[in-house]
Design a protein around this ligand. Structure first.
Ligand code: G3P
Ligand code: CA
Length: 289
């Protein structure tokens, strides 16, 4: 199908749900009503989950960034994907005797000493693992929106309450930020707790629950965010047919979509958004006529 025809069809299917409300496309990186989110920031072009990746997403014109939040040994929230510091920092050189270099075994001060950029490119040498507070301020600085993933919550008892407190301290739970924050997790328990503690917060379940079980998830999740390889147009229709905790149809953000063919496939499925390491590639593909 022609690009614009697909976008128009998608728009018609989606109706006017406003949670991931498109703002002017040149700024937002939206294509029609499809929202394109920068996965771990614009992580194909800058080290993932760093302030540089947020900056890059903003420079490319994308409003939504996704990140991963975990906790240090001394209880500070930091933004990093793996439960180990090994892949995305120089922790092995700085702390050679501390294998397996788990995030939860290092203090925030120790993590702040690490280089989280040179593994990616020499141009990013000296980039740091951000605290959640630093990260939120960067997102705010760019007037961006955040898809915050609670990563490995089973490792960090009480992390949901702590994240919500920090979001509150940073002003992200006030009315001004409504529509600018989604909290997601692979853990249904974690998300259920977020919804119980702060019912107004928009939540997304990471996974592909069977169509029959969707009403259960709709008790605490506004979005179902599945991998792109796990869905079909029929599945997306099933998700859209169920209403979430705020009385609106559940929406779908799918991941990880990094090329034109997969982007077209996702649009054909009728998803509401795609999460991408290369959001500019997705946008270009979908805007091309
Ligand atoms: O936002 C979707 C995606 O981030 C989930 O997978 O492993 O990249 O955190 P992962
Ligand atoms: Ca993630």
């Amino acid at each position: 199908m022609h690009a614009r025809a697909v976008a128009a069809t998608t728009t018609a299917l989606l109706g006017t749900a406003a949670l991931l409300s498109p703002v002017p496309a040149a700024r937002a990186g939206d294509v029609g009503r499809l929202t394109v989110l920068a996965h771990r920031g614009a992580s194909a072009y800058a080290p993932e989950n760093t302030l540089a990746a947020v900056d890059k997403a903003a420079a490319l014109g994308f409003t939504w960034v996704e990140n991963d939040v975990q906790r240090t040994r001394d209880g500070r929230l930091v933004v990093i994907h793996d439960d180990s510091l090994r892949r995305t920092t120089n922790v092995e050189q700085v702390f050679p005797g501390r294998a397996p270099w788990k995030v939860k075994d290092f203090t925030a001060a120790e993590i702040a000493r690490l280089d989280a950029g040179s593994w990616f490119s020499r141009a990013y040498t000296g980039t740091r693992v951000p605290t959640l507070a630093q990260y939120m301020r960067e997102v705010e600085h760019h007037h961006e929106k955040l898809l915050l993933e609670i990563k490995n919550p089973e490792l960090y008892p009480g992390v949901e309450r702590q994240i919500l407190e920090q979001l509150g301290d940073e002003g992200w739970l006030d009315r001004r930020h409504r529509g600018r924050l989604v909290v997601q997790s692979f853990s249904a328990d974690s998300l259920r707790l977020v919804h119980r503690l702060r019912p107004a917060v928009t939540t997304g379940y990471l996974g592909t629950p069977s169509a029959a079980t969707l009403p259960r998830y709709a008790g605490f999740a506004d979005l179902i965010n599945p991998s792109v390889g796990s869905i079909s147009a029929g599945y997306v229709r099933s998700v859209h047919s169920v209403h979430g905790p705020h009385g609106r149809p559940l929406r779908v953000l799918t991941w990880t979509v990094d090329d034109a063919v997969t982007a077209w496939k996702a649009v054909g499925y009728g998803v509401d958004g795609v999460i991408s390491n290369k959001p500019d590639v997705v946008r270009a593909a979908l805007r091309a006529s």
